[in-house]
Unconditional design. Sequence first.
Length: 372
Amino acid sequence: MAVVGAGVFGAWTAYQLRRTGKQVVLLDKGGPGNSLSSSGDESRIIRTGYGGDEIYTRSALRSLQQWKKFSARCGATLFHQTGVLWLAHEDDSYAIRTRETFHNLGIPFEKLTTSDLAERYPQIGLDRISWAMRELDGGALCARRAVQAVVREAIRIGVEYLQEAVVAPTTQSTVDHIVTTNGRRISAGSYVFACGPWLPKIFPDVLADRIQPTRQEVFYLAAPATSPALPILIDFKDEAYAIPNLEGHGVKVAIDRHGPPFDPDSGDRVVSQEGLAEVRRYLAGRLPELKDAPVIEARVCQYENTSNGDFLIDRHPEFENVWLVGGGSGHGFKHGPVVGEYVTARIEGSSEGIEPRFSLATKASEQRRAVY
């Protein structure tokens, strides 16, 4: 088996394939968790709230359990259980559906009134907030470190890792080998391309209109000496999130909205003054202690979006032994363990648990995001 791309989807796929006894080679041109990738940076939220979409809630719940087990097994701190605080505006249907799903699946949470919030988290501005709920078991994954740990463990159990770029296959029907840009020839029974925003560049005829990389800006601000510490904040209606100061990196704040189209190879990686100004305007109302805080770090990364936010996990329509795995940006990182399981089951020929929403046929060219 050959897996191209050592981001969170590719790393977990290589690891899960190897655990079933298969010979696996994993390739990545920039290295696991590198700063150009969608799986880089310091942190990612892991939460199980998805409105009424139980497919992703169940996947996130299983993935959280696997991340915890993996972290304990490899002896590294990959997860911080901060809790996730969902801020609900008036008539907030997404928060209401999320609460109902938590009830249905037995996911522990507590509902908080605005009085509760003011007492427990006085640093939060409550303008337009009607209530909130705290998802108790959620938190943050140490993104770059987590991907690197999965790759290290995969190598330890026998996966071969090569830091090389791969040329797109050009044969028909069945691919018998792929070639790296250094001229190395690699033969395998199946090939998994989990290349994030590079997928439409490798397979433009199939994915140029179906996977759309967009420019995203994130900011780390100096953390004030507030007490008590904040959990992760999700302000869905205002399209914003905040991750508290973890391991001295500062408070991470971003506007969670699809940005303009972005090329992962040549796109400008310097954040804009307009982006910072929008973040500061948001903070002035929601976390006023941070509105003038110094920016410690700032990054431009990318989402790689399908038309509605569903994952793409399917065979290439022309190459029967080539699998396309992507479309995870904005919410996919947490699901790495389950995506790896799912891809492994499909390669092994299992029909159990096939999800039609992951198919290539369901991917349109017009952006109408429905999964967050």
